[in-house]
Design a protein around this ligand. Sequence first.
Ligand code: CUA
Length: 167
Amino acid sequence: MPIERFEKVFIWISLLLLEVFFVAVLVVAFFGGIQLPEPGGLVDPQQLENTPPFDTPGVRQVGDREYEVAMIAQTWQFVPNEVRVPAGSTVTFYITSRDVIHGFMIPRTNANVMVIPGQVAKVTVQFDEPGEYSLICHEYCGIGHQGMFARIFVEPAEQAQAQGGEE
Ligand code: CUA
């Protein structure tokens, strides 16, 4: 079967595009830190008050420039709704929901997970750039959904030191 010259050209262009997209996927997966979130375990949503680490939601330092945040999503807020860490920190969030399905997304980072009651979502974010980051619920969760957000303050390293590493 004869193939028209232009048709042949377009077949090659299509194959080339497939290659380009495939390489792009590999590049973001291995160099851009874009990966599937790790499962963080199971939890009873009725018993969060008695289940570490959700009995004491908040930030805790676990190493040099390493932090863990236990966070609860509930209608229609995140607890805690403010997180402060110094620039250059690696922060691992453990998030669960007290009631319905929520979202957890920090624009400009790799954090983008669903928060499902009974499940713990675990996501690690590297905060190198100082500034204020928004943490938003991006899964429709009811009448107050659009107001459900928290803030993450990534402080310049010197300032955080001046505060005596207060967390
Ligand atoms: Cu929580 Cu939308």
